[in-house]
Design a binder for this molecule. Sequence first.
Ligand SMILES: NC(=O)c1ccc[n+]([C@@H]2O[C@H](COP(=O)([O-])OP(=O)(O)OC[C@H]3O[C@@H](n4cnc5c(N)ncnc54)[C@H](OP(=O)(O)O)[C@@H]3O)[C@@H](O)[C@H]2O)c1
Length: 292
Amino acid sequence: MPEIGLGTWKANETGVLQKTVKTAIDIGYRHIDCAKIYNNQREIGKALKETNIPREELFITSKIFQNKHRPELVPGAVDEILDELQLDYLDMLLMHWPYALIPEQNTTDFTADEIENVPIMDTWKAMEALVDSGKVRAIGVSNFNKTILEKMIPQCRIVPATNQIEVHPYNQERELVTYCQSNGIVITAYCPLGGGKINVMNDDFIKRVADAHGCTPAQVSLSWLLARGIIVIPKSNHEFRLKQNLQTVTLTSDELRMISHIKTHERKVDPKNDAEQLKWVFHEDEAKCPVI
Ligand SMILES: NC(=O)c1ccc[n+]([C@@H]2O[C@H](COP(=O)([O-])OP(=O)(O)OC[C@H]3O[C@@H](n4cnc5c(N)ncnc54)[C@H](OP(=O)(O)O)[C@@H]3O)[C@@H](O)[C@H]2O)c1
């Protein structure tokens, strides 16, 4: 799994994403992070069709949406993703969130009564079968907390290869990162730059470190994540930033330690902050954990 990938969330202005993906591949990106719910996979598919880079040199991740968790719906969901991306197989398929929605709800604008109880292991076993069939090379999860993983791992025939979660200097997730890494689960950081909302790139200390290295705060954030053994998938629509995000720097051990001590704690992504039923997703201590 290439350690720097291209994020594609909210990058769906018609024509722009196709050009961005093409440019990214031309300048060296080999890992593209996609998802059904981003509603832009057809554009990505067009760019993938255009490139001369052999398929086996690319690493393409996608994610099944919550309305396809019923095990009988999983194979069709992946066929749809493959059709949109114009691919024969995915390198990585993720379960996007650890909760399910009714099949009729295919947007993030759901109500609490559209959440349904599909055991996570039922969905996971259907994903394991897709590895056997060759349609996906590896499977993983996203937005999974430690409590769920602890219950899930003993039941898995294939342990999740990755857990894609929000990590940046303002949401460090130390306990979850350590737990996953010590169980052979690679962490992939989404919103590694703060997602355009969390103010990581204006942090005074990060700006000072950037000045010391003659680089940008974005490069400091990415370099700090890579130094923790975390894969990063920054998104940009600008060629100069795409290039910049590939050029990371070596931070000193003092700088790494000081960034790890930043106290500000802010998260960008929430499953749905007004749905009491989903509070357990990020607040596992109060957890009413779902059926695994
Ligand atoms: N699994 C999940 O639930 C989940 C949730 C969220 C995101 N993701 C994935 O993770 C990817 C990354 O997260 P994200 O897109 O939310 O946020 P991000 O990559 O942290 O930040 C993207 C923002 O930073 C800007 N940016 C990019 N490079 C920059 C640079 N070098 N200097 C200054 N600004 C820069 C971008 O603007 P420009 O485009 O204008 O350059 C954009 O506004 C997503 O695209 C998606 O693939 C997954």
